[in-house]
Design a protein around this ligand. Structure first.
Ligand SMILES: NC(=O)C[C@H](N)C(=O)O
Length: 472
């Protein structure tokens, strides 16, 4: 009944049902402004002050994460042209998905992924959205802390000019992630608004630009075939095409390309929180923020992938940093690059934490006003749980493989498409209208990607060759 009214109702209708019966304060304010809303979508759920530029930094930082490290590997399994086609497709689909979310949020009047879930499918929809966001973002946060756990001791070791690890506490990844969490991540996660993280996001992005510059520089500096550091080097039986770039190739690992790319472009849980804090918020402005960020990251992803691939060709590993490590673990530039990547992913953790906290607040304390204790306690619990996960589970990468193959397509394709179909009133856009049919195809594409990825992972596992999913 409630859903019926929602999907058929007009969004200017003051009887639009709200969660829990009575309208919450923020929804009441929105309804009072329904006359303005007839002119253009007007949000009063929160009055944001974050500028366009800061929002671009935050969204770009949310997009850019460990996913970037798996792209050269993806390119080595598809060839340059197929990779570029797939990268372009996923980037465009990602922009379209942002459009679907923004349109739906404009109708609902509250810029929260979970609220869209509620409007579309009632409580089940809200819980589904919150659970998927929580699982995905915990996966992303863990993958970032995994990088810290395994890379930071190696960086410290190299700065101390040691070639083997020692028993010292500062070489122990577990202690190091606790220190980094308590000293850097937690204070940032305690910020009241995501907008305040714009500066650290800008810094994180500049670290990634440095990473890209080094990848480009190294392309002209490392000879192929690789002179592997340490006890053995490539012998004379190097296959002829080891150092030739492929434009188009398909092999068993090509199947991992879509999950790797989909994961690399996920930023959708962060889109609505960033929209909420945007000053002068209009759909167009926020869509532009999405487009600029996705285009910027598309460019960075492409250049990182191609220069990484053109350095190592067939030898590119699932994690680009490891491949550099094989050449010369003590190279100062590569050391600085690894440090820069560490800083970048560390500064991304708080940005990715915000949507989980929002999802949990919506689930556990709906309609409650902001409270510092809740705000901080949730951040502490989340970081504690993620630290525990990263410390206790030795091989978490396969778990990420599954979550990456399921939650990433769900967040980008399936949920935005379904929400759009259910939320946009049928008297504005009938079910057989072009936008709704497009949204339905988009959802179907998400299911196809998910099934494909899971099938290939299952086949891979059954054949006994466990492989990790690139950036996860
Ligand atoms: N924000 C995320 O969920 C993942 C991010 N796109 C990454 O590449 O790491």
């Amino acid at each position: 009944m409630e859903l019926q009214k929602l999907s058929n109702g007009n969004h200017h209708d003051a009887t639009v049902p709200v969660e829990g019966g009575a309208p919450s304060e923020e929804e009441e304010k929105f309804l009072q402004h329904k006359d303005d809303a007839s002119k253009r979508p007007q949000f009063t759920d929160f009055e944001g002050k974050t500028s366009f530029g800061m929002s671009v930094f935050n969204l770009s930082n949310a997009i850019m994460g460990s996913g970037i490290l798996g792209l050269s590997y993806a390119m080595s399994n598809t060839g340059i042209v197929l990779f570029l086609i797939l990268l372009t497709c996923i980037a465009c689909l990602s922009c379209y998905s942002v459009h679907l979310l923004l349109r739906s949020a404009g109708v609902v009047g509250i810029r929260a992924y979970e609220q869209l879930g509620f409007r579309a499918f009632g409580h089940a929809g809200k819980i589904l959205a919150a659970v998927v966001i929580t699982l995905h973002n915990i996966g992303a946060m863990s993958s970032y802390l995994f990088i810290v756990k395994y890379e930071l001791p190696l960086v410290i070791q190299a700065f101390l000019s040691q070639t083997s690890s020692s028993e010292d506490w500062f070489m122990n990844g577990n202690y190091l992630i606790i220190i980094v969490t308590a000293g850097i991540i937690l204070p940032l996660a305690m910020m009241k608004h995501l907008g305040y993280l714009g500066y650290t996001s800008g810094f994180s992005l500049s670290c990634m630009v440095f990473f890209l510059s080094a990848v480009i520089y190294k392309r002209f500096n490392i000879a192929c075939p690789l002179e592997v550091f340490g006890n053995f080097s490539m012998n004379a039986e190097i296959p002829e095409d080891t150092c030739t770039a492929k434009f188009f190739t398909i092999n068993q690992e090509t199947a991992y390309t879509i999950p790797i790319l989909a994961f690399a472009f996920v930023c959708h849980p962060e889109v609505l929180p960033i929209y909420t804090e945007l000053s002068n918020p209009t759909k167009r402005r926020m869509q532009n923020i999405g487009n600029v960020s996705i285009l910027g990251m598309f460019t960075m992803y492409f250049f990182t992938a191609i220069f990484g691939y053109l350095t190592f060709y067939e030898n590119t590993e699932a994690e680009l940093l490891h491949t550099y490590n094989k050449v010369d673990p003590l190279d100062t530039l590569i050391l600085c690059v690894r440090l820069a990547v560490l800083v970048a992913v560390t500064l991304t953790v708080p940005v990715v934490l915000f949507p989980i906290r929002r999802a949990l607040l919506q689930l556990l304390f709906p309609g409650k006003p902001f409270h510092w204790l809740r705000h901080i306690a949730i951040a502490v619990c989340l970081l504690f749980a993620v630290n525990l996960l990263v410390i206790l589970v030795p091989n978490i990468r396969d778990i990420f493989g599954i979550t990456g193959a399921t939650t990433a397509p769900t967040l980008i394709f399936i949920l935005p498409g379904l929400f759009y179909i259910r939320i946009i009133p049928t008297n504005q856009e009938p079910m057989n209208s072009r936008p709704k049919i497009q949204a339905a195809c988009f959802t179907a594409l998400g299911f196809i990607f998910m099934t494909m990825s899971l099938t290939f992972i299952a086949l891979d596992w059954m054949s006994g060759e466990k492989r990790s999913l690139g950036g996860h």
